[in-house]
Design a protein around this ligand. Structure first.
Ligand code: ATP
Ligand code: MP5
Length: 265
């Protein structure tokens, strides 16, 4: 049976992150990808120059069109832009009991660019994150969610515990791509009982655009395939590492990771 995954996220005109990265990741995992687009960004490898929201009504209509017709095996959320869209998505997820749900709480890109409105952070915390199966903040987002400084793996561990307990999310995975470690890119897992450091070789490349989107959509893809959560995360991290090894030197800034390495036909 063909498995189906859904991304609820923004469009990246440059094709490196957002819905474009998510659909490629689903396809790599041999999963049919569906999408509910929340906003359109004018973006390239250098940055975001403009953004426009899709109306919450149209976001909900996309979700209804998908769920009224298909059986969705796993869902991820990415850039949700504003409070109204977050509330509309959270309401749909609550009413339809949507799961498993991977929430990438996209607020700030690794380059430090703010990707959602200030008022949206509160809605994200109170309406959406508590419904997630797992959340995957980067270092900036984990700082905002835990209200603490994070510069080391030890501080990542403390922040993961704080976020898990305060928000009541089953599992928190803090991504360490933004750490200043030359050899490793560790992510920290905390599930309320066990903490784990997921180690990974650091790939030296400037072409890291889309790593966060790719990780969360690969986790959703692995969940759709029926893998348990920790296995889904470990395999997704490995996928991102190999995609970074095969990243594309496109554009003048940070190019995208390579989602389709070696494509054997
Ligand atoms: N240079 C790297 N080498 C190896 N793994 C990396 C590297 N950079 C990021 N990662 C991994 O990529 C995943 C995404 O982490 P990252 O911290 O980059 O998220 P993000 O900030 O949301 O991503 P983005 O750069 O797309 O905004 C994590 O598993 C992280 O460990
Ligand atoms: C439309 C959109 N969604 C998400 C991100 C963050 O991307 P990432 O954290 O993977 O670089 C982005 N730059 N653009």
């Amino acid at each position: 049976m063909t498995k189906i995954a859904l991304t609820i996220a923004g469009s990246d005109s440059g094709g490196g992150a957002g819905v474009q990265a998510d659909l490629r990741t689903f396809a790599f995992h041999k999963i049919h990808g569906t999408s509910a687009i929340t906003c359109v960004t004018a973006q390239n490898t250098v940055g975001v120059t403009d953004v426009a929201a899709i109306t919450p009504k149209l976001v909900q209509a996309q979700l209804a069109a998908i769920f009224d017709d298909m059986s969705v095996d796993a869902v991820k959320t990415g850039m949700l832009l504003n409070q109204e869209i977050i509330e509309a998505v959270a309401k749909f997820i609550r009413e339809r009991n949507v799961h498993p749900l991977v929430v990438d709480p996209v607020m700030v890109s690794r380059a430090g660019v703010q990707l959602i409105d200030d008022s949206a952070v509160i809605s994200l915390k109170t309406s959406l994150l508590p419904q997630a199966t797992i959340i995957t903040p980067n270092l900036y987002e984990a700082r905002i969610l835990s209200n603490q400084e994070i510069n080391t793996v030890e501080e990542m561990k403390q922040a993961a515990v704080t976020i898990q307990k305060q928000l009541g999310v089953p599992v928190v995975l803090i991504k360490g791509g933004g750490l200043s470690d030359r050899y490793q890119s560790p992510d920290v897992w905390f599930d309320g009982h066990n903490g784990e450091i997921l180690t990974g070789e650091r790939i030296v490349t400037k072409n890291t655009h889309g790593t966060g989107c790719t990780l969360s959509s690969a986790i959703a893809a692995n969940l759709a395939l029926g893998k348990d959560l920790l296995t889904a995360v470990k395999e997704a991290k490995h996928y991102v590492t190999v995609a970074l090894q095969n990243s594309l030197d496109i554009g003048q800034g940070n190019g995208p990771v390579g989602h389709f390495f070696p494509l054997l036909l």
